[in-house]
Design a protein around this ligand. Structure first.
Ligand code: HEC
Length: 117
């Protein structure tokens, strides 16, 4: 009986350690590592940075420099990463380089942006 309780306690500790406090899925965790290692956060990590901040952007309407609007969703994020020249956010210069990432990495970054913003 006692042993069983100890085991449950250990399991609870392990589960909370894995979560690391953030409520991200595994995919989003990978995405968060990618945006660090690919240098995205250098431009997107802070308000008033070179690129638009990612704070609270998911699902919002973005104004583009050609006067059109687009919803910040998975398709838009994928296009922004692969072909930044096609849609430029109003008020920002087109300085973002295109990244050619595979589908798994794109999914992970999309998951991270959806869960973190
Ligand atoms: C050299 C700076 C720079 C880097 C590095 C960079 N970006 Fe950007 N990004 C920008 C700028 C500037 C814009 C706004 C102009 C535009 O839309 O192209 C932008 C736009 C975006 C948008 C649309 C944002 C919005 O608010 O509507 C997304 C999504 C995005 N970037 C994702 C990424 C990801 C993911 C990476 C890394 C793989 C990355 N960016 C790397 C500068 C950068």
């Amino acid at each position: 009986m006692k042993q069983g309780l100890v085991r449950i306690g250990l399991l609870a500790m392990m589960v909370s350690a894995c979560g690391g406090g953030a409520e991200f899925s595994d995919e989003a965790e990978i995405g968060s590592v990618l945006v660090e290692s690919l240098g995205c956060v250098a431009c997107h990590g802070a308000p008033n940075g070179v690129g638009p901040s990612w704070d609270g952007v998911w699902g919002t309407v973005r104004n583009l420099s050609d006067g059109s609007t687009v919803v910040f969703d998975g398709a838009y994020v994928r296009a922004s990463i692969s072909r930044p020249e096609e849609q430029t956010v109003k008020g920002f210069d087109l300085v973002m380089p295109a990244f050619s990432l595979d589908e798994v990495d794109l999914d992970a970054i999309v998951a991270f942006l959806e869960e973190s913003s």
